[in-house]
Design a protein around this ligand. Sequence first.
Ligand SMILES: [Zn+2]
Length: 291
Amino acid sequence: MNTKILLSGAIIVLFGITKAQAQINFGEKALGAVQKGMTGFTFSDADAAALSKPAVDKMDAENKVAPATDPYAIRLARVFGKYTKGEFYTLNYKVYLTKDVNAFATADGSVRVFSGLMDVMDDNELIAVIGHEIGHVHNHDSRDAMKALYQKEALIDAASSQSVKISAITDSQLAKIGSAMIDSKYSRKQESEADLFAYDFMKKNGYDVNAEESAFRILAKMSEGTQSSFIDQMMSSHPDSKLRADNAKARAEKDGLYKPYVQKPIVNTLPVVKKTTAKKTTKKTTAKKKK
Ligand SMILES: [Zn+2]
């Protein structure tokens, strides 16, 4: 999927079709500081959200988003629907219908879960993995990643030709931001802190914390097996799953909560029974037979 985004970006550059532009409102301070080449400038949560939002919109437009009536979307809403309010962000959830095993959350609070991940994780395990992604947002990792990208990718060029407050970001730059958001490279420290966030989140909300270990064991197993191609992205941007599983287990043991986790059934389909219709049909048939 990532390749697809990069490719579409590349095609746009090749043919020079850079007309599609998004207007992004940045804090005046941040923009000015970047133009002056300052490194320690203030880059607020709002700036990061402003930069992330159009990139997420672009990805939503380019991916197969599960409609609200889709079983995957219904399941995600059931599991996460109540968790939309963070300290400084409001979360919104969408499912991308793709075999890839991945999930990401961006600085504007957009959480995107790939159906491939939902195929291999039960509800508790999903909470562990998605909780980790939300942890990156909560811990400002996503904001800091956006800030670094903003400086590195010389978005300043586009910005400087515009008014101070509004910068026009080209489509290919948006694609670059998008793929960087999916493949965000966080430090080991940031990764383990996000894992800890997921663990605490589960504990606080009464979920079985052992699902965290289980989720990482699944990822570790998949990366060794035939499904490894689907998991490459998640693996490449995240440290050793085995180690993360061991750490999750150690945390649970320390809390006296450890118990080997047994995966619950994974249901990504709607219940099939339509009792009323079925009964009516039966009755009609019976009545006809009687005649
Ligand atoms: Zn991470």
